[in-house]
Ligand binder design. Structure first.
Ligand code: NAD
Ligand code: ZN
Length: 261
C-alpha cells in the first residue's frame, strides 16, 4: 500500500527509475517543505504574506534594498535550521540522494536557493542552481562573495546593508530575483543535461516559473520519458508519461522498497 498517492502511478515511477540509464532530477520548493521551508504557492506558502521584491524594485530604491535584507534576515533562521537538522529528516532529499548514489543521475537541476541538495550529500558540482543560492551574498558590480553574518552585523549597526568591501558596489543575496537575468552557464548546463537524459524527473515544482519550467517540456520533446511528482496539478502534466499526484517522499516508496528487497 502507498497511502496518499496513486499506487499505479508510483509503481510506474519505480519501474521508470529502474529502467533509466541517465536521469535528470529537477526540483522546486516542494522538495524542501518537509525541511521547514515554505514554498511560494501553497496555501501556507511565503506569498500569502509577502509578494517577492523584483530585481527592478531592488535596484530602484535604498528602502527596497533594506526591506529585502530585513526579510532575508527574518527567514534566515529557518534556512539555517533546515540545513542543520531539517534536511536529515527530509524523505525527498534522502530519496534523491539514494537515486544519485546509483550513479545514473547526471545532474540535480534546482530552482531552490536553499543549499539543501548539497547539505544532503549531493556534490556541489552536480547541483545546477538556476536561481542561485541564498546562503551567501555577492556584489552586483564585481561579483565578490560576502558572508551573511558579516552583512548582518553591519545591517544591525547601520540600519542597512554595507557596500561591497572590494568595490563599494551593491550587495545582494546570490539569488536570481524575478526580473533578473538567468545565470548563463547554469542555463546552458541545464539544457545540455536535459537533452542528454532518457528520464527527466520533475519533483515538487508548480512548473509555472519560466524559463526553468521550459526544461521538462524540452526533455519530453526530445524523446526522454517525463515523470512529474507534485501535490497539485501542473501545466505540464499533459506532456508527462507519468504523473504522481502527492507527496514526494511517499511517491518514492515503491522504488525504495524494491531496492531494499
Ligand atoms: P512553488 O511554490 O511554485 O511550487 C511548489 C509545489 O510543490 C506546489 O505545487 C506544491 O503543491 C508542491 N509541494 C509542496 N510540498 C510538497 C511535497 N512534500 N510533495 C509534493 N509536492 C509538494 O515552487 P517552485 O515551482 O519551486 O517555484 C517557486 C520559485 O520560488 C522558484 O523559483 C524558487 O527559486 C523559489 N523558492 C525557493 C524555495 C527554496 O529554496 N526552498 C522556497 C520557496 C520559493
Ligand atoms: Zn564589488
Amino acid at each position: 500500500m502507498t497511502p496518499g498517492v496513486d499506487e499505479q502511478a508510483a509503481a510506474e515511477l519505480a519501474s521508470a527509475l529502474q529502467a533509466a540509464a541517465r536521469i535528470v532530477v529537477f526540483t522546486g520548493a516542494g522538495v524542501s517543505t518537509d525541511c521547514g521551508i515554505p514554498d511560494f504557492r501553497s496555501p501556507t506558502g511565503i506569498w500569502q504574506d509577502n509578494k517577492p521584491i523584483s530585481f527592478q524594485e531592488f535596484m530602484a530604491s535604498e528602502e527596497m534594498r533594506r526591506e529585502a535584507w530585513r526579510r532575508k534576515f527574518a527567514i534566515q533562521p529557518s534556512f539555517e535550521a533546515a540545513e542543520r537538522d531539517g534536511v536529515k529528516k527530509s524523505p525527498a532529499h534522502s530519496a534523491i540522494r539514494t537515486l544519485y548514489e546509483t550513479g545514473r543521475v547526471s545532474a540535480v537541476i534546482t530552482q531552490n536557493i536553499d543549499n539543501l541538495h548539497q547539505a544532503s550529500g549531493i556534490p556541489a558540482d552536480d547541483v545546477v542552481e538556476l536561481h542561485g543560492n541564498g546562503s551567501y551574498a555577492a556584489c552586483l558590480d564585481c561579483g565578490t562573495r560576502h558572508e551573511l553574518p558579516f552583512i548582518r552585523e553591519r545591517f544591525d549597526d547601520a540600519g542597512g546593508p554595507p557596500p561591497c568591501t572590494a568595490c563599494g558596489g551593491t550587495l545582494k543575496t546570490a539569488t536570481i530575483s524575478f526580473g533578473q537575468s538567468m545565470p548563463q552557464e547554469e542555463m546552458l548546463r541545464a539544457q545540455a543535461e536535459t537533452l542528454a537524459c532518457d528520464l527527466f524527473l520533475a519533483l515538487g515544482s508548480s512548473l509555472v516559473v519560466h524559463p526553468a519550467a521550459t526544461l521538462p517540456a524540452l526533455a519530453a520533446q526530445n524523446g526522454a520519458r517525463l515523470a512529474i511528482v507534485n501535490r497539485e496539478e501542473t501545466p505540464l502534466d499533459g506532456h508527462a508519461e507519468i504523473v504522481v499526484r502527492g507527496d514526494i517522499g511517499v511517491a518514492f516508496r515503491p522504488w525504495l522498497s524494491a531496492r531494499a528487497r
